[in-house]
Design a binder for this molecule. Structure first.
Ligand code: SF4
Ligand code: SF4
Length: 82
């Protein structure tokens, strides 16, 4: 799935609940690997020190985390074409 010039942005209202991490299809796919290690896997989104962090290289901007966040901390933004 292509990103189509979109990315996920996060506000500072994240409460670190981890729902975004659990609904992310990329994270789910990685977690099914036999050698999955949550500490080293290149997750698309992970909660660290009480706040979600997005890996823009891995995230496909599908929006699942945006729709699932209970405090609307995440949003999809369209990146202007270069
Ligand atoms: S937008 Fe990115 S971080 Fe969010 S669920 Fe989709 S792939 Fe995962
Ligand atoms: S971004 Fe939203 S869903 Fe993810 S940990 Fe923060 S509050 Fe929870």
């Amino acid at each position: 799935m292509a990103k189509e010039n979109k990315k996920i942005e996060q506000s500072d209202i994240c409460i670190g609940c981890g729902i975004c991490d659990s609904v992310c299809p990329i994270n789910t796919k990685l977690a099914k690997k036999d050698d999955f290690d949550p500490d080293t896997a290149k997750l698309a989104i992970r909660v660290c020190n009480g706040s979600a962090i997005i890996d823009e290289d891995t995230c496909i901007a599908c929006g699942s985390c945006v729709r699932s966040c209970p405090v609307e901390s995440l949003s999809i933004v369209v990146i202007a074409a270069a």
